[in-house]
Design a protein around this ligand. Structure first.
Ligand SMILES: CC(C)(COP(=O)(O)OP(=O)(O)OC[C@H]1O[C@@H](n2cnc3c(N)ncnc32)[C@H](O)[C@@H]1O)[C@@H](O)C(=O)NCCC(=O)NCCS
Ligand SMILES: Nc1ncnc2c1ncn2[C@@H]1O[C@H](COP(=O)(O)OP(=O)(O)OP(=O)(O)O)[C@@H](O)[C@H]1O
Length: 198
């Protein structure tokens, strides 16, 4: 079964992905893929520099992620420009990794895709698992984890569909406001129902 793991920024996808890794399930991580496809020398990085200028590069030629983030999380048009450049490359690499895992005999695969709904990638997966939290918890955890002001954190949260909308499109929802044990319990129950935990 191909499981799409999603949620919104700082809702707890990586936390759940870690729990899935402990169960030895293979994970395809869209955020990680998004880093690989912009490594120096790639066509994608070249296009980003053409669109945003040399100032989004660090001295060593790698992408200045905080700089690009500070542009695209505040400007919808700039975000669209970046998405149009980078998303095709991310999709291609994620599908390549999925096909490789299937060829090597993996039956259950997790695709961790933060923008699964925003990018309309529901057809990539067979089941959608949404990790959700209340808005207050999301804001608090994002500010703490990324050391962001409330304004910067809100800009990032507002760049995505509300979690309440994502919950509606889910096959299963994990409520991640409480302890990690509670989250793990919910996860195991869902995997059991889907026959992933035998
Ligand atoms: C803007 C960039 C350089 C900022 O890098 P940074 O290291 O600060 O953040 P990171 O990549 O770890 O992303 C953190 C979270 O931000 C959110 N996010 C990232 N990009 C976007 C976007 N284009 N739109 C909305 N939310 C986004 C996601 O929830 C993601 O999990 C980077 O996020 C990026 O390249 N974004 C475009 C690629 C993308 O859409 N990635 C999301 C997964 S496909
Ligand atoms: N149940 C929990 N209790 C306390 N802290 C938690 C819990 N779940 C996650 N966190 C913390 O909240 C923050 C966000 O979680 P995590 O990094 O898993 O989110 P994410 O959805 O993967 O975010 P992103 O989309 O930005 O990658 C992290 O600092 C994490 O340690």
């Amino acid at each position: 079964m191909i499981i799409g793991l999603t949620g919104s920024i700082a809702s707890g996808k990586s936390t759940v992905a870690e729990m899935l890794k402990e169960l030895h399930l293979p994970i395809i991580d869209a955020d990680l893929v998004a880093r690989v496809v912009v490594e120096p020398g790639t066509e994608t990085l070249k296009q980003i520099v053409e669109a945003f200028g040399e100032e989004v590069l660090l001295d060593d030629g790698t992408l200045d992620r905080p700089k690009l983030g500070s542009i695209i999380f505040h400007e919808p048009a700039a975000r669209k420009t970046l998405n149009d450049i980078i998303h095709p490359a991310i999709r291609q690499e994620m599908l390549r990794q999925r096909d490789e895992l299937l060829e090597n005999g993996s039956k259950d695969i997790v695709m961790d895709i933060p923008l699964l709904f925003e990018s309309r990638l529901q057809h990539f997966v067979e089941k959608i698992l949404v990790v959700t939290v209340t808005e207050e918890t999301q804001l608090k955890r994002l500010m703490e984890r990324n050391n962001l002001s409330e304004k910067e954190a809100m800009a990032r949260i507002s760049s995505q569909l509300p979690l309440s909308e994502k919950e509606k499109g889910a096959d299963a929802v994990i409520y991640n406001n409480n302890s990690l044990e509670s989250t793990r319990e919910q996860l195991y129950k869902i995997l059991g129902k889907w026959n992933v935990l035998k």
